[in-house]
Design a protein around this ligand. Structure first.
Ligand SMILES: [Zn+2]
Ligand SMILES: [Zn+2]
Length: 135
């Protein structure tokens, strides 16, 4: 359970190692996640920031006020544009790691869905997960 997992961006310039200790693994259906990922939802791992070590790369960030009023930073590789991490200004001790960048993504398990009011009807996930209409 407490093994380390590596992750990287599409081009491989930016990489990290994460101590496999998640608080939640969250599907988010908000409109910002749809636009930022180009997909119907995001899947991120909520973790303590101290469980994350950057191995290579120098990420850029894009900040935006979310629908919930939080200032959200999306950190992305300047070479290929992959978003690796999401941070929320009011939670400086936490990071949300984009699950698709993990090299061994079978080692995590989704635990909840948020912003399900914005979920598209064809985004069929797991009906047994607890869900929240808003975050
Ligand atoms: Zn890259
Ligand atoms: Zn979202």
């Amino acid at each position: 359970m407490n093994s380390h997992i590596k992750g990287e961006c599409l081009c491989g310039t930016s990489s990290y190692e994460w101590r496999n200790e998640s608080k939640e693994v969250v599907y988010c259906h908000c409109n910002d996640c749809k636009k930022a990922t180009g997909s119907a939802y995001s899947l991120t791992i909520e973790a303590d920031i101290e469980t994350l070590s950057i191995l290579s790369g120098d990420l850029n960030e894009y900040k935006k006020v979310s629908d919930s009023g939080n200032i959200i930073s999306r950190e992305f590789c300047p070479e290929c544009g992959s978003i690796l991490f999401i941070k929320i200004d009011s939670y400086p001790d936490l990071v949300w790691i984009n699950a698709g960048n993990l090299i061994e993504s079978e080692m995590i398990k989704p635990t909840q869905e948020i912003w399900t009011k914005r979920k598209v009807s064809w985004a069929h996930i797991d009906d047994t997960l607890p869900s929240k209409v808003e975050e």
